[in-house]
Design a protein around this ligand. Structure first.
Ligand code: F6P
Length: 549
């Protein structure tokens, strides 16, 4: 359905007028005025708890935001996605990562095919294979069990499994060491190969298309390295593929009996639930992989059925939209207070920015508001000692998502309380700041002279009023991780619906790919580069000269 321009909708106009006053609100005051603010502006679902009370908004703001969600047809588009309609308009594809986590016995027929049945057939294949590798029954070419798994993939075929394997470190098989090679930079593959033995290494070539240049080059290099010690006949014990492209897998030389398929209705950045998660299933075992899927499914059911007022992904999305649109927040910082979530910000970068980093609407009109903010982040408490200075006292206001667990999965005394104290203190500090009066009182307590106090005072003031969300879970279990990822997937979906962009294509990555192919030919061939701008020509000439030294 053709959407009107966002800024012309009545709910947007109502929000814009509300924002004129809301922009000046102080969160300290909002908390002081409403003792019920915490219970009012928190929600739980699928084992997660979201506190969005430390944002510059009130109950009326939320009502207006939800009016906008309704007017933009979020519920209609959500239902269309779950039903398997081809909502990825530019590629004419359904968007069905939610089907990847539907329980056995359910059914969803798309183009005459029960996709849930297909999903479970591949899950069976994953179970059988991972059981054999984990138990030691799957042997390498000299009869030894597998000790190392190298996942070769990039983007969605790397970020999801790599993030999740790290996140579920404490559930991992003690014998299996997981490696991830993504970069076309040979240093990446070189570092991985230096750690593994061909006799006991399993390579997973993970690529939806099986044409991605980086992955194909890395896979070829791994194959070449392996064949220096083994023979072609040994390849099937050491190379498996995950792809939608059977022909290309076979052409590469991987036996299609060792191929784990998935489908074009799974977007790369939404594919960790599919066979792309094979490395995760190998690391944690099929039982925990199933729990991971079940956690995501619980969030899907919540997103699909909960009223918007209590719908966690919708609320997270609308608060993010509010900050982006009306507080001019150009970036969103993710702060996991859990070391095992250290790759989560990188994962979210692709999920959010590849999905909603768009400048035209689904119908091709140029958008009339800013879209996706820049997403970035690092684990707390490390981030506190690196860039939090700017977040507290810099000139830009950067909303933050704090993510942590109430309980640790280790038993080292003292650490988890210290971690949580820091996490909660930071969100409090961002919200409250420190006024000149408070800073002056601190300085007076140090017995400084009046002149010294006045000189130091401006440096000691924190403006505060800086928005953040806090997402809690009990422990970082497979199911909680599944729910967390699904929460952000659906948040991305809702924001895409508000902006009316197609969140499921990624044409923006194509231009660089094409140009890189041309330049590679120039770097390796004898043709002198002349057809670029003088900067690009100059850089190519320098690289050619250095390589021929
Ligand atoms: O070029 C971007 C992209 O298509 C991502 O969307 C995707 O996750 C990545 O490349 C890898 O693609 P593939 O799995 O087909 O190798």
């Amino acid at each position: 359905m053709r959407q009107p321009a966002l800024t012309s909708t009545s709910s947007f106009l109502a929000l814009a007028s509300h924002a004129t006053a809301a922009r000046t609100w102080q969160m300290r005051q909002l908390f002081a005025d409403d003792a019920q603010r915490f219970p009012r502006l928190t929600v739980d679902a699928a084992g997660l708890f979201l506190d969005y009370s430390k944002n510059r908004l009130d109950g009326r703001t939320v009502e207006l935001l939800l009016d906008l969600a309704r007017e933009r047809g979020v519920e209609r588009l959500r239902d269309a996605m779950f039903a398997g309609e081809k909502i990825n308009l530019t590629e004419q594809r359904a968007v069905l990562h939610t089907a990847l986590r539907m329980p056995r016995g359910k059914s969803l027929v798309v183009d005459g095919q029960d996709v849930v049945r297909d999903v479970h057939a591949v899950l069976e294949q994953i179970k059988d294979f991972t059981d054999r590798v984990r138990s030691g029954a799957w042997l390498g070419y000299t009869g030894k069990p597998i000790t190392d798994v190298v996942n070769i993939g990039i983007g969605g075929s790397d970020l999801g499994p790599k993030m999740a394997v790290l996140a579920l470190r404490s559930y991992s098989h003690p014998r299996l060491k997981m490696h991830f090679v993504s970069n076309v930079d040979g240093h990446d593959m070189d570092a991985a190969l230096a750690q593994v033995n061909p006799e006991t290494t399993l390579f997973i070539v993970a690529s939806k298309t099986f044409t991605t240049a980086e992955t194909m080059l890395n896979a070829g290099t791994a194959r070449h390295w392996f064949l220096q010690s083994a023979t072609e006949a040994d390849l099937p014990r050491h190379f498996v593929a995950v792809s939608t492209n059977k022909q290309a897998v076979s052409a590469f030389g991987i036996d299609t009996a060792n191929m784990f398929p998935f489908w074009d209705w799974v977007g790369g950045r939404y594919s960790v639930w599919s066979a792309i998660g094979l490395s995760l299933a190998l690391a944690v075992g099929f039982g925990y992989f199933n729990d991971f899927l079940a956690g995501a499914h619980a969030m899907d059911e919540h997103f699909r059925t909960a009223p918007l007022e209590q719908n966690m992904p919708v609320l997270l999305a609308m608060v993010g939209f509010w900050n982006r649109q009306f507080l001019d927040a150009g970036s969103l910082s993710i702060a996991p207070y859990h070391q095992d979530l250290s790759r989560f910000p990188a994962y979210l970068q692709q999920l959010d920015m590849e999905s909603n980093g768009k400048r035209v609407t689904r119908n091709g009109a140029v958008v009339d508001t800013p879209t996706c903010p820049v997403v970035w982040g690092e684990c707390g408490t490390n981030a506190q000692h690196a860039y939090f200075q700017l977040l507290h006292q810099g000139t830009d206001v950067t909303p933050m998502d704090f993510i942590t667990t109430l309980r640790a999965t280790h038993d080292l005394a003292g650490h988890h309380d210290a971690l949580l104290a820091n996490c909660f203190a930071q969100s409090e500090a961002f919200m409250k700041g420190k006024t000149a009066e408070e800073a002056r009182a601190d300085l007076q307590a140090l017995n400084l002279s009046a002149d010294e106090i006045e000189a130091l005072l401006p440096h000691k003031v924190f403006p505060g009023n800086r928005p953040s969300n806090t997402i809690l879970m009990d422990q970082l279990t497979p199911s909680a991780l599944g729910a967390l990822i699904a929460l952000y997937e659906h948040k991305t979906f809702v924001q895409g619906a508000i902006w009316d962009v197609n969140s499921f294509d990624q044409w923006g990555v194509e231009l660089g790919k094409v140009l890189a192919k041309n330049i590679q030919a120039e770097l390796t061939g004898s043709v002198q580069p002349e057809r670029h701008d003088s900067s690009t020509n100059g850089l190519i000439v320098m690289a050619k000269a250095a390589q021929h030294l």
